[in-house]
Design a protein around this ligand. Structure first.
Ligand code: ADP
Ligand code: MG
Length: 618
């Protein structure tokens, strides 16, 4: 019998490769834009027709190609960017595989015009389905223009696979943005069907972001910047109040390459827990630089997933840097970051677990006190004045008060028996209630300067108690009242194991717990001056809640236990009965680091002005 194995012709091999490299017009856009960047262009134009179906063209003013290179660039594995396997670990260019142009030319009708600055004439190459149709001399400016016509003209199955024009063009814009966001120093222009869609002048990073996403972004961002010997982080973070339900405008770049990494995304977003409502995601534009030898970008053909050698180190460092930026931005004067030696690159033996620093809460912080200093930070040449503090409020308190000062507020039905007036001046400058009403046992209506504030009492207490527990865990433990006749609790083996792990934290929160066996524990003491109720139920609920938080949200131990305990204890607070108690609640709440959101991420209060009432009765 004859041998049956044969080598596939180049055109077929290229078409197969194209399946991986060019899935849709946006993939061709990415490859051509990256080539233009690699060629040192100062201005790059992207010209699209019919969402890329009929034309994807990139015109650059880069270094161009010689007569022979213009022909050779369409060969598979033809690249000027690496020459040996070792180069793979020091890649500083976007491309290196040498298969983009070969793949594109296998499935489209491509016209290339290119001229180097040193050449008198330009070269023109026409190639269709991997077949060279023309290779000659022409007249063209310095740089390169590659026009990809009728993508998938010879692979109708793939053409039919394309989505609507709107979707395909959105994908193109996304690729365009990803490249443009890394190169604010290069000018970009995008045309679609003969119309200019976007023009981005060269500038700094902030200008590039606002150029793409609109000038409204000017006020939505604050800078992040952190540097050590082994890595550098720069860019901008979205303010907590601009977090959205959709994960849009989240951009992470490693060594100038857009990457997606769920673990690094978690490192960023988890720094925002407590600051944004649950299920909301902050925008970010973060640029990380590490030694190229520690990043494997070769892992997938589309090169978006990334594999890092020191995953945990980068995770810890990124998480700490975001927390630090949030802390600086909020300008809380006493905000204190524990410097964690483990994060110092000189002190990190490989494989050592990283414990990112945590933000210490300042129980004395009062958002109503004006902040004296402002903070100037700059990145990418753009000076940026950080505003006062993060806030989940739709407007800040000052402007809220100003807005509604002259506003007549509709009278609210207030039960006279619950109205109380006190003359006493509060100790801090928290808002002072003139009257209040409680409905459904959980809503507190407060009249302040003739205006209204609606507070969810449980959430307010959850926040107040949570912050006091954080202080107890980090600074001053709660005093234990020793019991004369200790109660015992009986747990399952896994609950028992967890309780043993958390024993020290419980002690700081005022619970002196002694293991008698793996499942039996004696409660030798409870927090002084507190009615505990059913201790067995309390401990079981805390342990179960803790476990589910750890699994679902990967919360840090301290935050987690403080949250679980606060959720349990918030309902044990004595009901509010007097205006004095209302004012004491306001003082405690507005003395919190984050008075706007409960630690579970729910809104604590809403200010009710005339417009919201008008809206209500629309
Ligand atoms: P890679 O970018 O991985 O090297 P490509 O197939 O994208 O592979 O490009 C092949 C080669 O063609 C590049 O290495 C480069 O030398 C050349 N080239 C492609 N586009 C341009 C351009 N716009 N300007 C100058 N040279 C280019
Ligand atoms: Mg390339």
């Amino acid at each position: 019998m004859n041998d049956i194995i044969h080598l596939l012709p180049d055109a077929v091999a290229n078409q197969i490769a194209a399946g991986e490299v060019v899935q849709r017009p946006a993939s061709a856009v990415k490859e051509l834009l990256e080539n233009a960047v690699d060629a040192g262009a100062r201005h790059i134009q992207l010209i699209i027709k019919d969402a890329g179906r009929t034309l994807v063209q990139v015109v650059d003013d880069g270094k161009g190609m010689s007569f022979n290179d213009a022909r050779l660039c369409f060969e598979r594995h033809a690249t000027s960017k690496i020459s040996c396997a070792d180069d793979l670990f020091a890649i500083r260019t976007k491309g290196f595989r040498g298969e983009a142009l070969a793949s594109i030319a296998a499935i489209a009708q491509v016209e290339l015009k290119t001229r180097r600055p040193e050449d008198e004439t330009a070269t023109r190459v026409v190639i269709e389905g991997s077949e060279i149709k023309e290779h000659g001399i022409t007249v063209a400016p310095v740089g390169t223009s590659i026009a990809v016509n009728n993508l998938f003209f010879n692979v109708p199955a793939r053409r039919n696979f394309l989505k609507s024009d709107a979707t395909e063009f959105a994908n193109i814009e996304e690729e365009f943005n990803r490249v443009a966001l890394v190169h604010p120093d290069i000018a970009f222009t995008l045309y679609h069907n003969g119309k200019m869609v976007l023009q981005l002048a060269e500038g700094n990073l902030k200008q590039r972001i606002t150029g793409i996403f609109g000038t409204a972004f000017n006020d939505k961002l604050f800078p992040i910047q952190q540097e050590t010997d082994f890595m550098k982080i720069g860019g901008f973070l979205g303010k907590p109040e601009n977090a959205k339900k959709k994960r849009s405008e989240q951009y992470l770049f490693i060594n100038h390459r857009f990457v997606k990494s769920s673990s690094l995304n978690f490192a960023i977003e988890s720094a925002y827990t407590q600051l944004v409502p649950e299920g909301h995601h902050p925008p970010y534009f973060i640029y990380i630089e590490v030694n190229p030898a520690t990043v494997d970008v070769n892992i997938s053909p589309t090169k978006v997933e990334v594999k890092l050698q020191d995953d945990r180190l980068v995770f810890g460092f990124l998480n700490a840097a975001v927390k630090k930026a949030i802390g600086e931005f909020s300008l809380v004067p006493q905000l204190d970051f524990e410097y964690d030696k483990e994060l110092d690159p000189d002190n990190v033996p490989s494989g050592m677990p990283i414990k990112p620093p945590t933000v210490a809460l300042d129980p004395n912080y009062n958002p109503f006190r004006s902040v004296g200093s402002t903070h100037k930070v700059s990145f990418g040449g753009g000076g940026y004045s950080a505003p006062q503090r993060p806030s989940g409020m739709s407007q800040d308190w000052d402007s809220f008060l100003k807005d509604i000062k002259e506003t007549e507020v509709a009278p609210v039905p207030v039960q006279p028996t619950q109205m109380q007036i006190v003359d006493e001046e509060p100790a801090n400058d928290a808002p002072v209630a003139e009257a209040f009403m409680i409905i459904y046992k959980k809503y507190l209506w407060v009249k302040i300067n003739g205006n209204l504030l609606l507070i969810n009492i449980y959430r307010a207490y959850e926040r107040i108690i949570y912050e006091s527990y954080i202080t107890a865990l980090k600074e001053t433990p709660i005093v234990v009242q020793q019991s004369l006749f200790p109660e015992t609790v009986t747990l399952t083996a896994s609950q028992g194991e967890l309780l043993n792990e958390l024993k020290e934290d419980f002690l700081r929160l005022g619970y002196d717990i002694e293991p008698m066996s793996s499942t039996n524990f004696a409660i030798n003491g409870t927090p002084v001056n507190e009615e505990i109720g059913d201790i067995q139920e309390l401990i079981e609920s805390i342990l179960d809640d803790y476990k589910s938080n750890r699994m679902n949200r990967m919360m840090e131990t301290e935050k987690n236990i403080a949250l679980c305990m606060a959720r349990q204890r918030r309902s044990s607070v004595k009901p509010i009965a007097t205006l004095q108690e209302v004012n004491s609640l306001l003082q405690q709440l507005f003395g919190c680091l984050v008075p706007t959101l409960s630690p579970s991420g729910r809104k604590i209060f809403e200010t009710i002005g005339e417009s919201s009432l008008d809206n209500f009765l629309k």
